[in-house]
Each structure stands twice: as C-alpha cells, then as structure tokens.
Design a protein around this ligand. Structure first.
Ligand code: PMV
Length: 319
C-alpha cells in the first residue's frame, strides 16, 4: 500500500549524463561501445500543486509548460509522462515536475535519458515506491523507445548507473559492465551550436544501411575494431592511443554521414590548437564534440571560445 504523504514535496533526485567515447551508432547494430557518465547532470523533484494538470518547469532550458500544451521541438513530455504515470499507477494531475539540468539538450550528452531517469526517481521518491536501479533503467528504456524509436539502451543505462561502461546490445537484450581503466580520462566537451536530433539521425543511418548494407557493415566492423583497441588502451591508461583512436572513430562517423560542418569546424580548431584527438559524441549532425586535450587544454579552450563555441572540461572515471 502506498503510505506516502503526497502533499509534501519529494526530494531532489539525480541522473547521469554521458559521453560516448567510442561506438555510437554502431552500438545500435551490436558493436560494443564505451561510454562514461557525467555526474549529477540532471536533478528532478515533484512538488504537489492545485493545478489539475501537470506543470513541467525546466528553468535552465527556458521551458515552462503544462502537460497537454504543445511542448517545444525535441521535448516529448506528453507521451513520456503518460507512459510513466500508467506504469507507476500515479494519477495524471495535481503536481509539478521541476527539472534542473546542468547539460544542454539535443547535444549528444544523454539529456533525454537523464531527464527520464531523474523524473522516474523523483516520482519514486515522492510516492515512496523504492524502485530499484534495474527497474529505473527498464522504465527509462521505455521512455527512450518513445523518444527515439529504436535506441540501443546505452543512454538510459549510463543515466541510471553512470561510471565507465562497456555496453553491447544483443538480440536477447543488453550486456554492460564497468570498464577496467588505469587512469581517469580528461576531456574537453565543446558544443557545436547546432542541435542534434537522435531519432532523425539514427533513422537516417538505418535507411542508408538498408540501401548499402555491405558499406555500412564495413564501417561498423571498423568501429568494432577501434572499440576493442580502445578497451586495451584504457586498461593500461594509454591516453595517446586513445586520442588517436578518437580520430579514427571520427573518420568512420564521417563515412556514416553523421558529422556536419559545425562539428568539423570545432574539430579542426581543436586539432590546430594542439589536440591529439577529437570526435563527435552521441548521434551527431550537431551536438557535442569530445576533445582529448593532451598538454594543450588552455590553448584549445581559448581557441574554441574565441571562435564562439561553448566548452567545458570533464574527467571520465573520476570517483
Ligand atoms: O545523441 P544521444 O545522446 O541520444 O546518443 C545516441 C547514441 C546512438 O548510438 C546514436 C543511438 C543509441 O541508441 O545508442
């Protein structure tokens, strides 16, 4: 029986964002990907309200709306909330959902999965449902399917568990395990300024593969080999090799047709400023670029900011 006092606000609940170091897109077709969580990327809480509808407020993204209003492009709250409220048997009204993201949306950093996971945890905390992490992950996968059609499940897994993970989608489900890494991985994350829309880009790759299966399977084979080499390099903390493998992965992402002029500009600027490696992260066609800084972090950041690109640093695998 539910004994929660539903007039009291729920506590703030966190979810991880993520960067994919190696293997985006190929992971949808069974290639092992490597990804790292970005801690406390999105926080959410439930506040009871007299409003018979559900209001959603995300000040950091300038979004305030009631469930049922037209939500902005790329923000699929209506079907997502319907799904979660039905699954969790929570009445659809009388509360607000407040979200405090630290990452931008539509930029390949896993914001949609982090919104789903933090929302599920917020609902669970408010109604004292005590959902375990595996149930949270499953529900978030349901949300990702609504948002993206055929997701690999990597985003919701990282949003739930964080850490550094090896992730593979198989015909019988997903396998993932913490990666053995010898040293944390410092990265610069730069925003290309163009929004990337996962569902559309993943669909484009699926359609292109249907037209040219041999070519696309060749690309996925190359990416699988890069991922395997990266796992070995991460195990011994070989940052130089990791940076080179990022460049090789980017070349394959270009062949897949998911890079764009803005991403290429960021990468060219970073390399000119001394970056030993750079690639897009996430679905691409906009969104974020990850850059291995080598010994040139300050110069790369200064160059990118001068050119008008937002950037920040993260360290994957830091406790
Ligand atoms: O753009 P994002 O952050 O949603 O990442 C998508 C990653 C893909 O590999 C392109 C798709 C997937 O479902 O894994």
């Amino acid at each position: 029986m539910n004994t929660a006092d539903e007039r009291k606000p729920g506590s703030w609940q966190c979810a991880f964002g993520k960067v994919i170091l190696f293997g985006e897109h190929a992971v949808v077709y069974g290639v092992e990907a490597i990804a790292g969580g970005i801690a406390a990327a999105v926080r959410a809480r439930i506040v009871p309200a007299d409003n018979p509808r559900i209001s959603v407020s995300i000040p950091a993204w300038g979004l305030h709306f009631n469930k049922g209003d037209d939500a902005p492009e790329g923000v699929l709250f209506e079907p997502l909330l319907d799904y979660l409220l039905a699954e969790l048997a929570i009445p659809a009204g009388g509360f607000s959902l407040e979200l405090a993201p630290e990452i931008p949306h539509a930029s390949g950093l896993g914001a949609s999965a982090a919104v789903a996971v933090s929302t599920i945890r917020a609902l669970s905390a408010w109604r004292e449902l005590n959902l375990d992490p595996s149930t949270v992950n499953q529900l978030a996968f349901g949300c990702e399917k609504i948002a993206h059609g055929s997701p690999s499940g990597l985003d919701n897994t990282l949003a739930t568990f964080g850490g550094m993970q090896r992730y593979r989608r198989t015909s019988s489900g997903a396998t993932f395990a913490p990666l053995n890494y010898a040293t944390p991985i410092p990265l610069i994350v730069a925003l290309s300024g163009k929004k990337g829309f996962t569902a559309a880009t993943v669909k484009r790759v699926t359609e292109a593969r249907a037209r040219q299966p041999a070519l696309y399977d060749d690309i996925f084979g190359e990416i699988a080999a890069i991922s395997a080499k990266a796992i070995a390099a991460l195990e011994v903390g070989d940052l130089e090799t990791i940076a080179q493998l990022m460049n090789l992965n980017q070349a394959q992402l270009q062949r897949l047709g998911v890079s764009c002029a803005e991403i290429e500009d960021v990468i060219a600027l970073a390399r000119r400023a001394g970056a030993p490696g750079a690639k897009l992260t996430g679905s691409g066609d906009g969104g974020a670029v990850i850059i291995a800084p080598g010994d040139h972090q300050s110069a790369i950041i200064a160059t990118l900011r001068t050119a008008g690109y937002d950037c920040f640093t993260i360290t994957l695998g830091q406790p």
